[in-house]
Ligand binder design. Structure first.
Ligand code: ZN
Ligand code: ZN
Length: 161
């Protein structure tokens, strides 16, 4: 049992709502609210304009847009990054392949109640900016651990594909 933040971590999906800054893109979905992670990869840094991107995974098949759909930038063969075409808020990383749908994730700052999320690990810690120090007590995975990360998440969440 993971009590790294002084309380029990839930691995069941939770219904949430959220959206962009201007309100054009609104979504509802189920997310694994307590399995968030901080990604320090250079693509996330560029995409957000911030030191890192902090996200939570959705439950595959539950993501619905209630108003406008995001616009997308295809950032790799694995997925595309969705943002509001009006205000620019970065909202989603959407997996390209059907079997990877469970890795689709939502930026934590677009949740209506972001304070309820919990982060459990850092990923791509090799490119963490030296002056950006948050949640330093959490485990850090590096670029070479990318495969292990997927196994860890699969074990924790047991996604139905
Ligand atoms: Zn917007
Ligand atoms: Zn990243």
């Amino acid at each position: 049992m993971n009590r790294s933040q002084g309380q029990q971590v839930r691995h069941e999906p939770t219904k949430v709502t959220g959206g962009c800054l201007c309100g054009s893109v609104r979504y509802e979905t189920e997310v694994y609210l307590h399995n968030g992670y901080i990604c320090h990869c250079t693509i996330c840094q560029r995409s957000t304009g911030q030191p890192a991107e902090i996200t939570v995974l959705i439950k595959a098949g539950t993501l619905k847009y209630l108003k406008d759909e995001p616009k997308y930038y295809v950032s790799s063969d694995d997925g595309k990054r969705g943002f509001c075409g009006h205000c620019g808020s970065r909202i989603v990383w959407q997996a390209s392949r059907r079997e990877d749908e469970w890795l689709t994730n939502i930026t934590v700052g677009t949740l209506d109640r972001p304070a309820e999320a919990r982060v459990t690990r850092h990923i791509y810690a090799d490119t963490q900016l030296p002056w950006y120090r948050v949640c330093e007590e959490l485990p850090k995975l590096t670029e070479k651990d990318a495969g292990r990360l997927i196994e860890l998440l699969r074990d924790e969440l047991r996604p139905e594909l």
